[in-house]
Design a protein around this ligand. Structure first.
Ligand SMILES: NC(=O)c1ccc[n+]([C@@H]2O[C@H](COP(=O)([O-])OP(=O)(O)OC[C@H]3O[C@@H](n4cnc5c(N)ncnc54)[C@H](O)[C@@H]3O)[C@@H](O)[C@H]2O)c1
Ligand SMILES: C[C@@H](O)[C@H](N)C(=O)O
Length: 374
């Protein structure tokens, strides 16, 4: 951990030279590492500022081949230029992704490799998407601990060492059965019962600590379950809300692994990615916190099925509850209070349940038409 090592060296020197108090070394230490994460002007905002060729951020996305990374890269490339956004992962990219912009191999557990990428590509913003999600995490706790916690430590140190603006997503899964669940505010008891949730609370706290201690420009949104049409989820508890569309279109039948009355906060992917861009561009002085809930809608499997059945009355939904996923869902928020995000930096969702269902069905209808033409 080079940052920590150099900090403690500087702090020791400062302690020796400071006869009076324990505060001095920290101030000296912080000044001795160069944090200058502002690559955009401090009053930059998504709606009002367009970036010139020279002040574009240079973005690295880790874990970019999952449900969210490719879509985020597309959005950021449109805004900052194709070559200013590098997608990375440990998996082999499909050809359309490989040819759509820069892709690089990056294992977040390899600190040296990460540093090389950041240095060689003059990265200024880091979006850290690598993670094992809730259900997969419970199936492999050791790996989840390593990727979600050790990996995060590498990311924090790289970001601090190189003055990067760092985005790390958190989740509704960072809350637990003792949190208020309806609604769940930003600040309340967080005692999650999954390794995923524990690692995300750890990420929130470590990011905020690095912000206060070292000035790291850490930004974090707690995403609800994300629903997308052209990318598949990576093993979470909310995956049913994506799978139902695929199965409905393929076979007209869907077997749900959660109880019909399981209410969870959800969001369409376009809202999620836009929120990410907006919080990254938000002027620092609008952020009264560094970790925000964001929300769009809350629904149960039964309500989602009913909305789909308005357009596909023949859809049959049955239930075969997975006890692991059900226990996780029962400990998560039912409704998410995102009023701080709305007040501080103007968060506003575009998609409620009817628009979500319509948009998903339109996507698959277009895809089917294209397949028939080709
Ligand atoms: N999708 C959601 O509903 C949702 C909701 C809340 C929060 N999030 C968070 O958003 C982020 C992205 O989510 P997602 O749905 O795209 O996840 P995903 O599971 O689909 O993708 C995660 C990616 O991380 C990669 N990865 C695993 N180990 C790695 C390693 N050692 N080095 C580098 N990459 C590695 C995987 O190959 C995978 O492509 C995650 O941090 C997740 O916790 C997602
Ligand atoms: C909610 C989110 O973190 C993820 N989709 C999961 O279910 O694990």
């Amino acid at each position: 951990m080079p940052v920590i090592r150099s900090l403690s060296r500087v702090a020791k020197q400062a302690l020796l030279s400071s006869p009076t108090c324990g505060c001095q070394p920290l101030a000296i230490a912080v000044r001795n590492i160069s944090f200058s994460p502002r690559q955009v002007t401090s009053d930059a905002s998504f709606h009002s500022v367009s970036f010139s060729e020279t002040d574009h951020p240079k973005v690295l996305i880790t874990g970019g081949l999952g449900q969210l990374g490719v879509g985020l890269a597309k959005l950021l490339r449109k805004r900052y230029g194709k070559n200013n956004v590098i997608l990375s992962d440990i998996r082999k990219p499909p050809s359309n992704v490989f040819h759509s912009g820069p892709f690089i191999y990056s294992d977040i557990l390899d600190y040296k490799n990460l540093r090389e990428i950041v240095v060689n590509n003059r990265i200024t913003w880091l979006v850290h998407y690598s993670a094992l999600l809730s259900a997969v995490g419970e199936a492999n706790v050791a790996l989840a601990r390593s990727v979600n916690i050790t990996g995060l430590h590498n990311i924090l140190d790289i970001a601090a060492e190189h003055g990067l603006r760092l985005f790390v997503p958190s989740t509704i899964g960072a809350f637990g059965p003792t949190s208020p669940r309806n609604p769940t505010p930003d600040l309340c008891v967080q005692r999650p019962r999954t390794i995923y949730g524990v690692s995300k609370v750890h990420a929130e706290l470590m990011g905020e600590y690095y912000h206060h201690r070292y000035g790291l420009d850490f930004r974090c949104l707690r995403y609800p379950g994300i629903i997308s049409a052209d990318s598949m989820p990576g093993g979470g508890t909310t995956d049913y809300a994506v799978q139902i569309f695929h199965d409905a279109i393929k076979s007209g039948k869907f077997e749900c692994n959660l109880r019909p009355d399981t209410r969870l906060p959800m969001m369409y992917i376009d809202d999620c990615l836009r929120a990410t861009l907006e919080v990254m561009e938000a002027p620092a002085d609008t952020l009264s916190m560094r970790t925000y809930n964001i929300n769009a809608m809350s629904f149960t499997p039964e309500e989602l099925a009913q909305e789909l059945q308005k357009q596909m009355p023949e859809l049959e939904v049955t239930y075969d509850v997975d006890p692991v996923r059900q226990a996780i869902a029962d400990s998560w928020p039912m409704n998410f209070d995102d009023s701080n995000a709305r007040n501080d930096w103007g968060w506003k969702h575009d998609y409620d349940l009817p628009e979500l269902v319509q948009t998903m069905l339109n996507f698959f209808a277009t895809e089917r038409r294209m397949a028939q033409i080709n």
